[in-house]
Design a protein around this ligand. Sequence first.
Ligand code: HDE
Length: 683
Amino acid sequence: MSDDFKVNGNSKNEQLEQFRVDDRGKKMTTNQGLRVSEDEFSLKAGDRGPTLMEDFHFREKMTHFDHERIPERIVHARGYAAHGEFELYESMEKYSKAKFLQKPGSTTPVFVRFSTVAGNRGSAETVRDVRGFATKFYTEEGNYDLVGNNIPVFFIQDAVKFPDLIHAVKPEPHNEIPQAASAHDTFWDFVANNQETAHMIMWHLSDRALPRSFRMMEGFGVHTFRLVNAEGKSHFVKFHWKPKLGVHSLVWDEAQKISGKNPDFHRMDLYESIEKGDYPEFELGVQIIDEADEFMFDFDILDPTKIWPEEDVPVQIIGKMTLNRNVDNVFAETEQVAFHPGHVVPGIDFTNDPLLQGRLFSYTDTQLIRLGGPNFHELPINRPVCPFHNNQRDGYGRQTINKGPVSYHNNSLAQNTPETAAEDDGGYAHYQEKVEGRKVKARSNSFLDHFSQATLFWNSMSATEKAHIVKAFSFELGKCKEKAIQEQVVDMFANVSLEMAQKVADNIGIAPPEQGGSNVTKTSPALSQENTRKLPDTRKVAVLVSEGFDGKDVYTILNDLQEKGLQPEIVSEKLGVITGTEGIKVNAVHTFLTADSVLFDAVYVAGGDMSNQTFYQKTVAFVKEAYTHYKAIGATHAGINVLQENSMLKAPGIITGDVNDTFVSDFTEAITKHRHWSRAVME
Ligand code: HDE
């Protein structure tokens, strides 16, 4: 490798440094470097006269402004990103020759962009949707992009249908309604008439589509890829990101309210966590299948609507990614980053998954229009950290100044350089898969079972998760105007579970299907979020306090909660200092106007002056909402009375006590459970 490449650590950060500009404290200039003497008034013929064309400063400033917007991504427009580092735990030498997967302990800089799919760039973040999870590894052999989602399967099996799928889910063209929502006729019409969507729809209607945080979602490469080792042997692989904090979701009512209370909920959560040093961590897992076992499964491993159940093909954890740096500028980095599943390095290759094959075309094509030409690889965020040399030249926004007369291959004037590299010298060689067949516009029969894994997913859900799916179905179809669409969808999903389809039919007032059902009885416990890792770390607790609270006790409890990794934040009637007994003070960072129970994981009613009627009533409303969202609620001192007076004392996940007993540990444990589903709530 070339001398100017630094493999480990922050080589990407250092590369970006040369592009960073801090304008603070500087003199204002035009883009030509000319100092500007006046930026309040345009050049006019007299105080009240017309503006003059001659005002080049005005023209430059306005022209630049007029061109500030670029086309948003056609899908995944709303996203947020961060920098980080991938550390390898285990050498993958046996399976892949990729250099960043060889040496345990080695690190590779990464850039990760999370996104929703359907909404526009300004849409709310907690809508029901798939989340994009795209990672760029800046490796010494070039950029490797793992452009995945938080759901391991996809709606369709062939890329040619992608424009149809997206047209169907986007706002309906005649009235541009609804924004960032699948709950409308055209989407469900598409589903009913393209039944390969069945499995993905089960995930889309599950809690997976309502992540609590980007930090608490899994990521999946979705397609089957290949790993190829130095001997040229290939294995099939599926990639997984497993969040260290476990997989957790919002409830639907809460997600909808957050869309209004804080449409930036997910980006703020990511940004603030990184600023606080609570770096999000995801472990990289691989499922590997030997080439010889390609046909050993009751599904086609090339079909992107299928998972490889983890119980059948275990996920081996091989490394960890830590996101530890926010971007300096969202447009320059998050908006201009260009991912592409075709950005691979030696040792990683493709399969014939027809969805993947189509993606290999689409991503470059979309960058050409979005980033305005073929030089988007030169943008700071997209530059590989290793040098790049070829005979490509010119085009909009070209930054490289190529020296010399030669821009072709083969040549003698430059001794035939840049020269190609042999495979053992890092040259990428496509895996020589044998292919034979007729040219057909067709689908393999092995792709035709659309329902078995949809039922596997349903079977694997807990009772609560099943109830959420039925509710989500009833919401989405309930928003459809055409009865025929509702009927078709219910009939279709009777193939997944008759019981589920009948419940939905009942909820939306159509005749329940009589035929259907599935003989699939298999379950995959790994699919249920009930079985995920549960930790108290970084959970936000609203602490409701008013003047005169028990100073010493509350102070001790707040410290103890913090020590356990929780993040208590004081909410009161007014911002600023609130004084408790013994002169102990806490600082209210929210009021009931700026905070809302949906923005927290739990509530602690610490009490204070409960004869203050405004505080009392606001507290009751806050706690009642947290209660209906199944959140842990803790109370001490006067706070206990609030729960008692509102009949919440005996419910699961309600913890009361004082500083001398097990209050803090019990409350922490209740928060760690994430939600208390056994609580009866009126929904
Ligand atoms: Fe994408 N997808 N996609 N996609 N996709 C794009 O590329 C496309 C698919 C995914 O944060 C676009 O730069 C086709 C599956 C993510 O910048 C576009 C098909 C998966 C992102 C495109 C798919 C994804 C995109 C739009 C069907 C999960 C955001 C903007 C064959 C494995 C990346 C852009 C970011 C973005 C095409 C299906 C993930 C239009 C044709 C399956 C995470 O090129």
